[in-house]
Design a protein around this ligand. Structure first.
Ligand code: UT7
Length: 337
């Protein structure tokens, strides 16, 4: 075997020593849908939905709102909040499971709409996708492959929801949230605790594969969920993950200024809160009441709203945790922009 030449010495990329979130933004569709509009088709009631999930209403995208258009709006909002120029963005990461094209990804189209020709790709990590994107962006900024990264969580779940399915019709909703991640002098993120358990892939999934739809002439597929199994997993398996994220960040629960869990079910949020023994007066994201479950968009949308309404302090420490289809999860402590 030939020996390597050994004459070329690579230049490695180096980024900023640290990264942080510079700004967050959001897009909420205009149309508000009350529980009362949905209950007949699923033989349910406003009381049942509120009691079992905390949801009072949700927002549904109009025909003109697409994954791409909602992403662009959220990205522009986050870029404005970050106080940078659009041209300074050199990567766009979109987390979505509802872009209606198998290929290409939504991100290059969104980048183009922003007037950019930068790195742009989608990731598929369902309700944990935003926290995955944040982790990637942090590594990209510190590794030197990008200086400013826009991370977008966006879903138009109504395109993939069966409004006669009791387990999902009242839960899923539409929207987009975004964050700009950029360089920092001090750490803006604790280590991400993330992982998967694909042995439970069937518990939240597209009901039929595209090939089954094609070959068996089936109707447009939707997303189905074994609600109780996912509920149990979220409550029992995510508390240790959240605890690890706090420990890995080198802080204690008492140091936290906010708890920003994925908005899946109010009872999951309350169960996590109890298990984590977070300070009694800690502000907690409860966007689910008005926006239901927007999957990848839920955490950035809740963050944007709580910052705007003055519920959580700029510069404070927040624990965020996403979990969902895969099953996959990701949690990290962040410094709020
Ligand atoms: O975002 C990704 C992660 N997703 C999640 O974490 C969601 C996790 N799961 C959940 O949030 C909950 O499982 C649901 C809100 C989906 C359902 O609540 P649940 O308390 O787990 O309901 P269940 O499926 O255990 O059903 C309880 C009862 C049943 O009646 P019986 O057998 O006790 O008489 C159901 O038939 O409620 C009945 N039921 C309903 N009743 C009125 C189930 N769905 C409905 C409904 N309206 N929509």
């Amino acid at each position: 075997m030939k020996a390597p030449k050994g004459t070329g010495h690579l230049v490695a990329s180096h980024g900023s020593r640290h990264a942080r979130i510079w700004g967050v933004g959001g897009f909420r569709p205009e149309r508000v849908v009350l529980n009362s509009e949905l209950v007949e088709a699923i033989d349910s009631s406003d009381e049942w939905i509120q009691e079992r999930s905390g949801i009072k209403q949700r927002r549904w995208a109009g025909p003109e709102d697409t994954v791409v258009s909602m992403s662009e709006a959220a990205a522009r909002d986050a870029i404005a909040a970050a106080g940078i120029r659009v041209e300074q963005v050199d990567a766009v990461i979109i987390s979505t499971v509802t872009h209606p094209f198998q290929t290409p990804a939504a991100a290059p189209i969104v980048a183009d709409r922003l007037g950019l020709r930068c790195v742009a790709f989608d990731i598929s990590a369902a309700c944990a996708g935003y926290c995955h994107g944040i982790s990637l962006a942090n590594d990209m900024v510190r590794g030197g492959s990008a200086r400013f990264v826009v991370v977008i969580g966006v879903e138009k779940l109504t395109d993939f929801t069966d409004l006669t399915d009791r387990g999902t019709a009242f839960i899923f909703a539409d929207g987009a949230g975004a964050a700009v991640v950029g360089p920092s002098d001090v750490p803006g993120f604790g280590p991400t605790i993330w992982g998967s358990d694909g042995s439970h892939w069937e518990t939240i999934r597209q009901t039929k594969s595209w090939l089954e739809v094609r070959d068996q002439g089936l109707p447009h597929p939707t997303i189905g969920m074994a609600g109780q199994s996912v509920f149990r997993w979220a409550v029992w398996s995510m508390a240790p993950v959240a605890r690890q994220a706090i420990e890995a960040a080198g802080i204690t629960p008492d140091d936290l200024d906010a708890f920003l869990p994925h908005q899946a079910n109010m009872r999951i949020i309350d169960a996590l809160l109890k298990q984590l023994k977070l300070p009694a007066d800690i502000p907690v994201a409860r966007d689910i009441v008005e926006n239901a479950n927007t999957s990848a968009a839920s955490i950035p949308l809740a963050t944007e709203r709580m910052l705007r309404e003055g519920d959580i302090p700029h510069g404070g420490l927040a624990l965020q945790i996403g979990f969902g289809a895969g099953l996959v999860y990701a949690a990290q402590v962040i410094v709020l922009p």
